[in-house]
Design a protein around this ligand. Sequence first.
Ligand code: HEM
Length: 401
Amino acid sequence: MISKQSTGERLLLEELADRWRCLPEAGPVRYDETQRVWQVLDHETVATVLADPATYSSELSALAPTQSDFETFTQGNFVAMDPPEHRKLRTLVSQAFTPRVVQGLGPRIEAVCARLLDAVADRDRFDLVDALAYPLPIIVIAELLGIPAGEHRLFQEWASVLFGGDQLGEAPDMADLERALEAIAPTVREMNGYMLDHIRARRANPGDDLTSRLIAAEVDGVRLADQEMVGFVALLLVAGHITTTALLGNAVVTFDRHPGTDAALRADPSRIPAAVEEVLRWLPPFPELGRRVTRPVVLGGHDIPADTMLMAHLGAANRDPARFTAPDVFDVTRSPNPHLTFGHGIHFCFGAPLARLEARIALHMLHERFRTLVIPSYEDVAYQNPAVIVGVRHLPVEVSR
Ligand code: HEM
């Protein structure tokens, strides 16, 4: 597993971004011999694939290993479902997790950021991931669900096991995936038990939190089953935690690698939202989304048989010159910025407004707290396993006040 800076002067994150830049030259669709999957590379075809769940299914279980402990999670894991089940669950949880609920989280996110940065108030050097980027999204999710503060630590532990990627190599095969699932099964059982208890407690004694709202949500007389709620919470942890950690780390690295960016954003903080979008385009935390082809299709001039795994490459689509002017320039003023980093179609990221809000608030607060913030040595930066997520695992920074 790659954990340190890669060859020469270039960073792993920049190498990945460069690989994606070259991909569209291969045409809109190609067969990747190493991974043995079809890859879809241009913006238009990626969007077409993601908008057609009948032909390109998110139900991959037929092509992937399973583990009985995960059956409990799969019930609410609607990112891996097709219509009509997907619609039922997404509509129900949307009732509990509305745009108003997310907007209302602003002051809480600010308070959590402030508390986390207070903890490093006497330090000139600290790890930005450990101090802020890792704990922030998990605390926000745990608070949302009404988990008592003393137990947020459990969520941090589960999230790191569920999504650590430690068990996987850079090009994992089925056997690697099976081993990884087995390794995390005890964590899955523990979390399942904890969440069921929490749901039962809220059912008996509702509060003003997402768990209570999920219990109350109802569409056409249908409510969420306990296991569906547990599965949804697991989905929040997997989809909403480490992705946001990656976004924050990627922003700090990319600003540092593009001199002048930080100064421009400090001079005009109203540019932060556009800068966050450009970081999302530049380094999508999930660069590829898997789909199962349900019937024989001709895509990009290739015949693709049914039951084939296909990867929609967001990283490459985000560099498509047919869609972006000067796609290989990191431009924090880019507008419009139709990146596909949050996906497209019925599975468009449910937590995108929350991820954006957290990133904007955190970056703004870093500017407020520190006169300068630099990465003194890229030798000390450690990366996540890029086969799992594109982001940093450790990011030592040096600050002045
Ligand atoms: C779906 C990316 C943050 C919850 C997705 C998808 C992508 C994505 C690409 C679509 C997957 C597919 O089509 O197969 C990201 C990125 C994030 C982020 C890059 C941060 C930078 C969050 C947050 C939450 C969240 C903060 C919740 C707290 C979800 C859920 C889905 C989803 C529930 C499934 C939606 C559905 O299937 O209808 N995300 N996500 N995500 N995301 Fe996010």
